[in-house]
Design a binder for this molecule. Structure first.
Ligand SMILES: [Zn+2]
Ligand SMILES: [Zn+2]
Length: 327
């Protein structure tokens, strides 16, 4: 069931009882339409729930807003909480409906959030509920709410695995990750760092003690094994054939790694960021022209990246009603 988070000021407002029952009426409206509604003050209100600590309120409401399918935010009163909830919604690519009184002046910053899909300007609370009903019943809105069920495509899947591998990098020049895949299966992964068993750059302060960065010296050779070379070496160590495989890398392979990739029988290179230029790019292009390797630059879509970030930030596999992305 799609979950709607109702966001609105609670602290220092005029007529708090009236305002709270307005939020509850929005929650009821959502339930009538068939959504699950989360109205924060019913769980974390300081008057009804004085024993809950600030960190419990933060954890609870952050989790609820980050795992919702839609946020309805009342912007008619100033509120730190609403501002933060909108930021969490935007980070998690959650559609937002903004509501406020017709005569109120609203900061352009929240109005400019790219996931804001509708703005309701109302005269009375009753008018607000009627307009909201029309908005929530639109097919378009319901499809947007379900967008979060989309899976990454295969290129995005392997690129994300390469990015995760990159987080393990220990050479501080560039964090780079690589994944060798064949028939939609991972054969080996690698990241850049010193050779197996040798001290990590991160442990001694860059490639050599005393350097200001791993790539600061023109003469001292880098101690790093590149991510692609590490992935190929891992396959070799475990007796896995890389013939006919593809490699996904967060950075376009350097010429040395590219030669190794070609000789390891890897035929496709998917990369995120360009690296080679000048004569190195010309050599790369000559290999491509020879038909021995193909290159394709790929990107992670923002919606996939945000959905995946939410999987990383929240428990991924939880019972149905608490589930971040369902199904
Ligand atoms: Zn280093
Ligand atoms: Zn390399």
């Amino acid at each position: 069931m799609n979950k709607v988070y109702i966001s609105g000021a609670l602290t220092g407002i005029e007529k708090p009882a009236e305002v709270k029952s307005f939020y509850e009426a929005i929650g009821l409206l959502c339930q009538e339409i068939g959504f699950q509604a989360y109205v924060p003050h019913m769980y974390t209100d300081p008057i009804n729930n004085p024993d809950i600590s600030p960190s419990q309120v933060f954890e609870r409401d952050k989790h609820q807003v980050s795992t919702s399918d839609l946020v309805i935010a009342y912007l008619g009163s100033f509120s730190f909480g609403v501002g933060m909830e909108l930021a969490y919604a935007e980070m998690n690519n959650i559609p937002i409906v903004i509501i406020y009184e017709k005569d109120k002046v609203i900061s352009r910053f929240p109005l400019g959030i790219p996931t804001v899909i509708a703005e309701v300007q109302f005269q009375t609370y009753e008018d607000a509920l009627n307009q909201l009903k029309n908005v929530l019943e639109q097919k378009k809105i319901q499809q947007l709410m379900n967008k979060t069920y989309q899976r990454p495509n295969w290129d995005e899947y392997f690129l994300m695995l390469a990015k995760l591998a990159a987080t393990r990098s220990t050479c501080l020049a560039f964090p780079v990750g690589a994944v060798i895949a064949k028939n939609r299966q991972v054969l080996a992964t690698g990241y850049n760092g010193s050779p197996s068993g040798s001290v990590h750059c991160t442990a001694q302060g860059f490639c050599y003690p005393g350097l200001s960065s791993c790539d600061a010296s023109k003469t001292l050779p880098s101690r790093a094994v590149h991510a692609e070379a590490n992935a190929i070496a891992t396959a070799a160590k475990h007796g896995i054939s890389t013939a006919g495989a593809s490699i996904y890398v967060t950075l376009e392979p350097c010429i040395y790694c590219l030669k190794l990739i070609i000789s390891a029988g890897i035929r496709e290179v998917f990369y995120e960021t360009v690296f080679n230029s000048g004569e190195k790019a010309a050599l790369r292009d000559s290999f491509i022209a020879d038909g021995i390797v193909e290159f394709k630059q790929i990107k992670l879509s923002e919606s996939t990246a945000k959905r995946s970030a939410s999987f990383l930030l929240n428990p991924t596999s939880v019972p149905k009603d608490d589930r971040p992305f369902g199904s």
